[in-house]
Design a protein around this ligand. Structure first.
Ligand code: SF4
Length: 373
C-alpha cells in the first residue's frame, strides 16, 4: 500500500465513520481505492520522466472526504424526477452487477464526482479506438498490437463486415420493443458477407500491462541487461491468460439479442479492450472476444435476471446478501459515494434507495492525527 502512515490512519477512520466494521474490509477497500482513484504523477525534472511516475493516495483520501460530507446531510441529496417507463439493457446489466447500484443510480441525481477514471477513460477510448475507427485504418496501421488483435478471427470478421447500425453519439436511434417494454442501443449491428446480422458491444477496461513494469523493476532489469527477454516472457505469459467476461456485460448483450427485432440478429460479440498508460499516452495491450447467442442456457440466464429485476421494481424491496459484498468491487463502483450496503450492515435493499439509511457512525478519531487534520 502506498499510503503514508498518517494517510492510512485517516482513511481507516473515515471508513469507520461511514460504517465499515471490520479491518480486513477496510484494508481491501483502501488497496483498491488506491488503484481506482490514484493518479500517476509526472515529474518533468526527472532524468527519465516516465520512470518517475508514481501513484498518489491523495485522490483516494479526497474521495473519502467528499463521501463523508455527502453522508453528513443526506436530506440535501437531490432526487431524480423521472420515473422508469421502459427498461434498458444497461439498467438490467447494472442490476445484475449489484441491485444497490441500480437503485442508487435511479434514485439520486449525481451531486459528487465519483472520480470514475476508468469509466471516463473508457468513454474517451470508445471514441478514439472503437472498432469503427479501426475499421477505417485496418489496411494502413503498422501498430503491432492491432496487427495481432486483427488476427483474432472474430475481430477480423467484424472488420470485414458491413456496419448497418452504430449506437454511439447523441443522434443514434434507439430500438423500442413495445411488447417487452425495452428500449436501448447496442454499440453496433453488422451484416457479414453471408448476410448474417450480429451485434457488437465494446468495453474498455484498465488493466496493468505486464510489459509495463514498475519503475523499480524496469531499472533493475535494465541494469542487468535482461529487460528485453523479461518483456518477451511477460508478453507470452500475458497472452496465455484467458479472459474473464463479467456477468453484467453478458446480460447486457443477451438483453439486446432478446429485445431487438428490427434486425434478424443471430448472435452478439462482447469485445474487451484492456488498456494501460505509457509516456502519458493511453494504449490497448490485450483484446478478447466472447460470442453469445440466445441458446436455451443463455435465455434462461437472461430470464432469471429479468424476472428478479421486474420483481424488485414492483415490490420496491429485496433481500441483500451481505456475504456477497466484495469490497474491492465497491471501492471501484461509481455508486459507492452514496452506498451504505458496502458496509454489510443492511440485509435488504430498497428501490428507490432509502435516504434514511444514509448516515455516519461514531468512530474514534486517531490521537496521532489531532494536530494534522
Ligand atoms: S458500493 Fe458495492 S454494495 Fe454499493 S452499490 Fe456499489 S457494488 Fe453495490
Amino acid at each position: 500500500m502506498k499510503y503514508t502512515p498518517r494517510q492510512l490512519s485517516y482513511a481507516q477512520y473515515l471508513l469507520r465513520r461511514m460504517g465499515f466494521q471490520n479491518s480486513k474490509d477496510i484494508d481491501l477497500y483502501l488497496q483498491q481505492l488506491l488503484l481506482s482513484k490514484g493518479r500517476y504523477h509526472f515529474n518533468p525534472k526527472a532524468k527519465n520522466p516516465f520512470k518517475a511516475w508514481q501513484f498518489s493516495a491523495k485522490a483516494g483520501i479526497d474521495a473519502l472526504v467528499s463521501e463523508m460530507e455527502l453522508k453528513k446531510t443526506p436530506a440535501k441529496i437531490p432526487l431524480l424526477r423521472s420515473q422508469l417507463s421502459h427498461f434498458t439493457a444497461t439498467q438490467l446489466a447494472r442490476y445484475s452487477f449489484c441491485p444497490a447500484a441500480f437503485s442508487i443510480s435511479h434514485t439520486f441525481e449525481t451531486v459528487i464526482d465519483a472520480g470514475d477514471r476508468p469509466i471516463a477513460m473508457g468513454e474517451q477510448l470508445h471514441e478514439s479506438l472503437r472498432l469503427s475507427q479501426q475499421k477505417q485504418k485496418s489496411g494502413a496501421t503498422t501498430d503491432p498490437f492491432y496487427r495481432r488483435a486483427w488476427q483474432n478471427p472474430a475481430i477480423a470478421k467484424i472488420l470485414r463486415a458491413e456496419a448497418v447500425y452504430t449506437g454511439h453519439g447523441a443522434n443514434a436511434p434507439l430500438f423500442n420493443n413495445e411488447k417487452t417494454g425495452f428500449v436501448g442501443s447496442p454499440d453496433y449491428i453488422f451484416r457479414d458477407r453471408e448476410g448474417v446480422y450480429f451485434l457488437v458491444e465494446e468495453k474498455f477496461l484498465h488493466y496493468r500491462d505486464p510489459m509495463n513494469p514498475s519503475a523499480a523493476k524496469l531499472n533493475k532489469e535494465e541494469w542487468a541487461g535482461t529487460l528485453a527477454s523479461k518483456n518477451q516472457e511477460r508478453q507470452e505469459e500475458w497472452a496465455k491468460i484467458p479472459f474473464y467476461f463479467f456477468k453484467n456485460h453478458l446480460i447486457q448483450v443477451l438483453a439486446y439479442l432478446a429485445n431487438i427485432c428490427a434486425y434478424p440478429l443471430q448472435y452478439g460479440y462482447l469485445v474487451y479492450w484492456l488498456y494501460d498508460f505509457k509516456d502519458g499516452e493511453v494504449y490497448v495491450h490485450k483484446a478478447g472476444v466472447k460470442k453469445l447467442s440466445l441458446d436455451p442456457e443463455n435465455f434462461a440466464l437472461y430470464q432469471q435476471y429479468l424476472g428478479q429485476f421486474q420483481q424488485f421494481l414492483q415490490r420496491g424491496v429485496e433481500a441483500f446478501d451481505v456475504e456477497r459484498v466484495n469490497v474491492k468491487k465497491c471501492a471501484a463502483c461509481s455508486q459507492s459515494p452514496y452506498c451504505m450496503h458496502k458496509t454489510r450492515r443492511f440485509d435488504e435493499v430498497n428501490y428507490p434507495y432509502r435516504k434514511e439509511d444514509i448516515r455516519l457512525y461514531p468512530a474514534e478519531f486517531p490521537g496521532s492525527l489531532r494536530q494534522v487534520y
